[in-house]
Design a protein around this ligand. Structure first.
Ligand code: FES
Ligand SMILES: [Fe+2]
Length: 458
């Protein structure tokens, strides 16, 4: 649980709040690059961290992110003309470039000099990995760009989707590093037979559908719990956590037959909102980014990526397979099954085939996330258990970083962009400490450099 005050502190990312200030020390995704299709494209509305903004591209194709309201008399920049390297307010013609500078002020004789005194609020933005990213903090604290390898790979190595959720970022993010939920929420009652796969369509489509058997003879209602029950033995498989600059590492140790020990080291979460969990096609990696729109809604960027190019079949499976990605309402960022229709839960399927009766993997999560005591979970009412250990650790870390910043202690994490390169690696050694150290060293090796070297050789 959290106190009322801590819950308010950790969930409120509005401008001028402690958590809002902390988030504004990091580069965050704010739109898909495809929302700004080319030079001088139509401007689009964006709301991030409680701020209303307008995104556009100038005549060179550079992205710009400016206040949604003109500094003259507050007219909506959404209706602005995007012309010759700038956005011109249609009310009285003031024009601004992608740096926020006023380049023309034609409605008054003093315009030629007065324009030098006027700026529109503007945030630095870049295109990377099919996303527009923004830095919304103080100019003198702007950090280097995080070195996620997938931002540097060719576009056919990624599949990126975006959905709007009606809840606070934190409860959605916490679902990613919640190790005991998947055998319940995401499971089917039995591994599917080929016939069931055909018959049950989306409930059984994935090779990773986590069917859980019912082999526990003492279980009175095996379909309800069965082998899902977390015992001491299974709890030992939960990872141990270590902080490493911007990353929270999850480490699994395993004794080897020869007396040595192996350590598998990977990142579960990077400051402040980057997660690696989630189901994907074999060989693919996940990145889930949940960016607050405001405190009661957020944008979910769901990325699947690979060191190998994705085939058209894989992309089609993501888009239309009905398992890893939900169907959308065309022209919106809303899923067809959503909070307003109870995700079209199928109670017959729930009784007989799947644990939830909700189709598609992420919607099973979203149905929980959007309804945890409402859009901002009241964590004062929680009763956490040992399986919530990652959730507790991330909260502590975010709260500490936000409090430190209020006390003038800047976060160091944004200044370690190389940590965002990390991947999972395993090492075997005589002691757990040595295995951990070696696996961590390997997990920090630069696979992108290796990829680029190979590409050049070919
Ligand atoms: S309000 Fe934009 S130019 Fe006047
Ligand atoms: Fe989940």
């Amino acid at each position: 649980m959290l106190s009322k005050q801590d819950n308010e502190l950790i969930t409120n990312t509005d401008p001028g709040t402690p958590m809002g200030d902390l988030f504004r020390r990091f580069w965050l995704p704010v739109a898909l690059s495809s929302e700004l299709p080319g030079p001088d494209c139509v401007p689009t509305r964006i709301k991030v961290l409680g701020e209303q903004l307008i995104a556009f591209r100038d005549s060179q194709g550079n992205p710009g992110l400016v206040d949604a309201f003109c500094p003259h008399r507050g007219a909506p920049m959404f209706f602005a003309r995007n012309e010759e390297n700038g956005l011109r307010c249609v009310y009285h013609g003031w024009k601004f470039d992608v740096t926020g500078k006023c380049t023309d002020l034609p409605n008054a004789p003093e315009g030629e000099t007065f324009k030098n005194k006027v700026e529109i609020k503007c945030y630095p933005s870049v295109d990377a990995g099919d996303l527009i990213w923004a830095y919304m903090g103080p100019k003198d604290k702007q950090p280097p760009f995080p070195e996620f390898p997938w931002t540097k790979l060719p576009a056919n190595h990624r599949h990126l989707a975006k959905f709007r959720l009606e809840c606070n970022y934190l409860q959605a993010m916490e679902g990613d590093y919640d190790p005991s939920h998947a055998p319940f929420l995401h499971s089917t009652f039995l591994p599917p037979t080929p016939l069931q796969q055909q018959a049950q369509g989306t409930y059984y489509r994935s090779p990773d559908n986590r069917g859980v058997g019912n082999s526990n003879p003492d279980e009175q209602y095996p379909k309800v719990v069965g082998d899902r029950r977390v015992t001491d033995k299974r709890a030992q498989q939960f990872g141990k956590l270590f902080d490493d600059e911007a990353a929270m590492l999850s480490v699994r140790f395993q004794d080897q037959p020869d007396g040595k020990v192996s350590a598998s080291v990977g990142v579960t979460w990077w400051m402040p909102l980057f997660c690696t969990a989630g189901n994907a096609l074999p060989g693919h990696l996940s990145s889930n980014m949940r960016v607050p729109i405001d405190n009661e809604s957020m944008m979910f960027y769901r990325l699947r990526w690979s060191w190998e190019p994705m085939t058209e079949d894989m992309v089609q499976e993501y888009k239309h397979g009905g398992w890893t990605h939900p169907e959308m309402i065309p022209g919106t960022w809303k899923t067809r099954d959503n909070v307003f229709n109870d995700y079209n839960v199928d109670r017959l399927a729930q009784r007989n085939f799947s644990y939830t009766g909700i189709k598609t993997f992420p919607l099973q999560d979203i149905a929980m996330m959007e309804n945890q005591w409402g859009p901002i979970a009241d964590r004062e009412q929680e009763h956490l258990t040992s399986s919530d250990y990652m959730i507790i650790k991330v909260r502590r870390r975010l709260l500490k970083a936000a409090r430190d910043l209020q006390n003038g202690i800047e976060p160091t994490e944004p200044w370690h962009p190389e940590i965002y390169r990390m991947h999972r690696e395993t090492a075997v050694a005589a002691t757990p400490e040595q295995a951990f150290e070696e696996a961590t060293r390997k997990a920090k090796t630069d696979l992108l450099a290796e990829f680029e070297a190979q590409t050049v050789t070919v």
